[in-house]
Write a protein that binds this ligand. Structure first.
Ligand code: AHM
Ligand code: MG
Length: 357
């Protein structure tokens, strides 16, 4: 008897893929979790996606709209001038998560203190940490920018409203990722079950799965660092850069937006560094909503992330806007950078032991 079972055509398989939206993917990943946890995470990721769509829509017409490009005239908690897109994007996340019912607190690069959503707090046990526009110096010249996010679960009641329970290591993140606003808008996320990327299909208005279980190559020929700071770094970083200058095959790539540089490395390998400088030994990048979410992704994708002396995922912050140096990417390339740091440390210790300055 002929097999009459329906065999899906290639077209049907392609359609299945087209139907893998972000929230469906989260639910698929959490099939064995409790239904409420799965529903919460699917809803939270759906909301992150909505924020990404709103920001992408505004960026795509930025040159045509009033009050979109340029500075607001304000300075943020970081002492950096605020751009109109920073402000808009910060408010997008607030509006979107106000309506989630799930998020009680938001912590952002653009806000000195935690933002509470009292109506959500009785049951909303999640905190969203985010950098609304990463690489904002790129906004006015139509180059790539991103949004970075992490979700943590609230511990205790936080009656003092000081958020001290957030001052914990990267393993407390239950989800993390970023949205890259490039030629297409791409959302990359992990809930601790691999790293997956979605591309916004503007005709559908949906993020559709584009790559599952991404693995960072163990080595890549790209180093990504602002060499304008060369003489402000410790000698070990200069030694590493001299090494790659002398060895054939390395390319320098630095876009001014961490999200864009990390995205290249996630797919093609290499290393991104933002070291401390003489004036700012802790560097520029903030742990809780820049370095730790990307370290979570790097770890999930088989890569590495360190301050140079400690794994980023193990770093315990002492304040909300804590900065740390960051070296992130392929395991072999991160190890090469840290080998120069360790060598430098040994030399300093040997000199001290010999009584030489
Ligand atoms: P931002 O979030 O205020 O834009 O700052 C973070 C950005 C990173 O995206 C990027 O890697 C770095 O700052 C660029 O800084 P610099 O101009 O010092 O190289
Ligand atoms: Mg940033």
């Amino acid at each position: 008897m002929a097999d009459s079972a329906y065999q899906p055509s290639e077209q049907a398989l392609a359609l299945d893929r087209d139907c893998t939206t972000l929230s469906r993917h989260v639910l698929q990943q959490l099939q064995t979790a409790s239904p409420s946890e799965a529903q919460d995470l699917a809803a939270l990721m759906g909301r992150v996606g909505l924020a990404g769509k709103l920001i992408a829509r505004r960026l795509s017409r930025a040159g045509l709209m009033a009050n979109t490009l340029g500075f607001t005239g304000e300075t943020n908690v970081q002492g950096e001038e605020v751009k109109k897109m920073d402000l808009y994007s910060n408010e997008v996340f607030i509006s979107v998560f106000k309506q989630s019912g799930l998020v009680c607190r938001l912590a952002s690069e653009e806000m000195e203190d935690l933002y509470y959503i009292p109506e959500n707090c009785p049951i909303g046990r999640y905190t969203l940490l985010y950098d609304p526009i990463d690489g904002s110096s790129n906004v006015d010249v139509n180059l790539n920018v991103g949004s970075i996010f992490a979700i943590r679960q609230q511990e205790g009641n936080d009656e003092a409203q000081d958020g001290v329970d957030l001052l914990q290591d990267g393993s407390k993140q239950i989800a993390a990722g970023y949205i890259l606003y490039g030629p297409s808008t791409v959302l990359v996320y992990s809930i601790g079950k691999g790293v997956h990327s979605f591309t916004l299909d503007p005709s559908l208005g949906e993020f559709i799965l584009s790559e599952e279980n991404i693995q960072i190559p163990t080595h890549g020929p790209v180093y990504s660092v602002n060499e304008g700071n060369f003489w402000q770094w410790e000698e070990s970083y200069r030694d590493y850069v001299r090494y790659v200058h002398r060895h054939e095959g390395y390319s320098g790539r630095y876009s001014g937006a961490l999200v864009g540089d990390f995205h290249r490395i996630l797919f093609q390998g290499g290393v991104f560094m933002y070291p401390g400088t003489v004036k700012k030994p802790e560097g520029k990048l903030r742990l809780l909503y820049e370095s730790a979410p990307l370290a979570f992704l790097a770890e999930q994708a088989g890569g590495a992330a360190t301050t140079g002396t400690q794994d980023i995922m193990d770093f315990m912050p002492t304040e909300l806007h804590q900065r740390t140096p960051l070296i992130i990417g392929s395991t072999e390339d991160v190890a090469l950078v840290t080998s120069f740091i360790e060598e430098q440390k040994r030399m300093v210790e040997d000199r001290a032991a010999a009584g030489v300055n």
